[in-house]
Design a protein around this ligand. Sequence first.
Ligand SMILES: CC(C)(COP(=O)(O)OP(=O)(O)OC[C@H]1O[C@@H](n2cnc3c(N)ncnc32)[C@H](O)[C@@H]1OP(=O)(O)O)[C@@H](O)C(=O)NCCC(=O)NCCS
Length: 236
Amino acid sequence: MWSRIRKLTTPNAVDTFKDKKLDIWLFNTSLSASTDDHIKLLSDDEQRRLTQFKHEENRHQFVVTRSMLRQLLGKKLGCSPSIIKFSYTKTGRPVISYPTTSLRFSVSHCSDITLYALAENTPIGIDIERDDKHIDPLAIAETVFCRREYECLESCDQILRNKMFYRIWTIKESVLKMLGTGFSMDPRSFCVDQVLNGENIINLQSKINTESLEKAKIIELEIDDQHTATLALAYS
Ligand SMILES: CC(C)(COP(=O)(O)OP(=O)(O)OC[C@H]1O[C@@H](n2cnc3c(N)ncnc32)[C@H](O)[C@@H]1OP(=O)(O)O)[C@@H](O)C(=O)NCCC(=O)NCCS
């Protein structure tokens, strides 16, 4: 399984967040088999969760990605992957509850790739999407993007529009994960137009989480032509 995972070399991100000991890992899940050894690394709760998956594909993805997460965290924490305990916030964010640590992590899956971001002592969020050519970006944007993001998309020609859609989408999702709210927070309550103009600032349209958003640093990650990915860190 280790041959399917590589550390992302993102000079910007690694330099900016040197003191946060940032690691970003890219795991190619399509070629990884799930074995009993992987299942043994999972907690009782996680093994129970396995029985609830209706599709084998989803079950497979959970086994390989969760056991890989445990192995990456175990390496960083210097402990056995199976003794790590997770708890979940009210909004569903997983956090390490044992052993005691300041290490934070974020996970994002798409069909064939899972990204992991690990950092010390700072809220972090990561998101990856596989660029799908068969979507209607403007129709989706109408419901989840704010006005300026929608206008930015509208001004792109047809070819650029899909890419721009996924850039805005992954920036917003990475921020929602960094905040830990997921979609309990309205994605239209903040706007990413300044990030897209090269400024690493998120423009607030609401007072929610003002402080974390003002301190957020956004890094767009280079994966390949088929994927768009973003990292958000509440930097202080
Ligand atoms: C967490 C969320 C923000 C993203 O989920 P997603 O894009 O469907 O899936 P991803 O693979 O990128 O992320 C899933 C991971 O996020 C993490 N996660 C779940 N809830 C989280 C939260 N509240 N905060 C931070 N991380 C969270 C988990 O680690 C989860 O993986 P796991 O179950 O294997 O542990 C989810 O709340 C959601 O509802 N997404 C809906 C998509 C949408 O409408 N997006 C509009 C964009 S503008």
